[in-house]
Design a protein. Structure first.
Length: 116
């Protein structure tokens, strides 16, 4: 059974940083492409970043240059380093499969709040 568990969110001031983690069971990020998504209150879930099985990355324009997606095949985990956080980055963040693959069961997500 596939299970995704996100962690690392919190309250941070504008300009601050957070590192999100996604631990996976039942799926190997070594073999599959992964993505980070976010959903702000009253908005649809949107794609933030993706990483392929080979480690190639892509970013949404609104996080490019500020966020970095990475993975650790040995730990079967995916990470999102977020720097230069802005209030508009406030959302619940989720990891899942790359959007070109069928979605996996969604985890509970991790709340990121950017506020002074």
């Amino acid at each position: 059974q596939v299970q995704l568990v996100e962690s690392g969110g919190g309250l941070v001031q504008p300009g601050g940083s957070l590192r999100l983690s996604c631990a996976a069971s039942g799926i190997s990020f070594r073999l599959d492409a992964a993505g980070w998504y976010r959903q702000a209150p009253g908005k649809q879930r949107e794609l933030v970043a993706t990483i392929t099985s080979g480690g190639s990355t892509k970013y949404a324009d609104y996080v490019k240059g500020r966020f970095t997606i990475s993975k650790d095949n040995a730990k079967n985990a995916v990470y999102l380093q977020m720097n230069g956080l802005k209030p508009e980055d406030t959302a619940v963040y989720y990891c899942n499969a790359d959007p070109t693959f069928p979605p996996l069961p969604w985890g509970q997500g991790t709340q990121v709040t950017v506020s002074s």
